[in-house]
Design a protein around this ligand. Sequence first.
Ligand code: TXA
Ligand code: MG
Length: 343
Amino acid sequence: MIKTALFPKEDAQQLNICGELIRSGELVAFPTETVYGLGANALDSMAVEKIFKVKNRPADNPLIAHISDPSMLSGLVKDFPKELEELTARFWPGALTLVLPRTEKVPDIVSAGLPTVAVRCPSHPIANGLIRAAGVPIVAPSANLSGRPSPTTFDHCVEDLFGKVAAIIDGGRSEIGVESTVLLPLGGRRLKLLRPGGITIEMLENQGFQVEMDPAILSPVKEGQKVSSPGMLHRHYAPKAPMTIVAGKAEAVVSAIQAKEEEGVWVLAFEEYLPLFKNALSFGSEKDSKSQANALFDALRKFDSLPCKAIYAMEPSKEGEGLAVYNRLLRAASFQIIPAERL
Ligand code: TXA
Ligand code: MG
């Protein structure tokens, strides 16, 4: 156990103190607009190593370097194609991560030995202020223990990290609720989507970019298959009880799940359908993917505190921000998805 300083929202001194902690090689959990991050000095490989230890994160899963301003890019990436300036001008600061060839300044451990580094400029004022106070880029995976749902509140971070990190900063509930959109530029205006997030395919296409989806977004990766984003390989976001997604029209899904209701069965349901089940948690409104993204991880964590043996989830839409929700839910369910008529 180490001493963990907890900083409430209104404490203005926190960023200088926490910036100093980062500079001296300590870990600080902090809010961003997507999910909470567990930060360390990106240029200090000993500090970065602590992240892998504390989270019990597989060493082959690279980290995202967070910057407070696009001018910090030059120390991290080799060159920055002109077309991408249009992307960063439109979406930075924000929930967009770009994977680019890295300079030798970026320690191997940050990139898990890959020739690239992932970079994001967060918009949350505390995240941005912390990077400025530290004066160095900050690597930050989601501030959960590996395998658990990403934290979207201060309490989630305390639950996973109290006694393991130097400080945790409270910034209220994360606005988006799922992690950033990760893109691998393929040259010109072509992009490969490695992880869907708050910046949607539609938003990228509206900026004149062509987006191809990595197959790992919606299908399990087969053993030995090469992946563009190592994070997609690992078991993720999972509640302790096994979860099954029930696919199909809402009416059919509701009756199929109702037929399975017994002690210990819980349902992850859209709020419109909550009254139809005995034991259910809400994950937002059926028609509103943003509200689902915002509620998902909190609901997944809550199941662990309930006497719950099996979870059935209603199937979300894959449109817009829905794709990010669908991608996280698939992993939380270990890709167990069954059509309502076969449940
Ligand atoms: O919204 C976010 O991105 C949050 C907040 C804290 O900023 N961070 C986050 O980090 O989600 P993490 O470590 O939980 O997820 C990073 C993802 C993983 O899927 C990882 O495999 C991928 O980004 N990634 C990182 N570096 C990469 C690289 N060089 N090439 C391909 N994928 C990379
Ligand atoms: Mg994560």
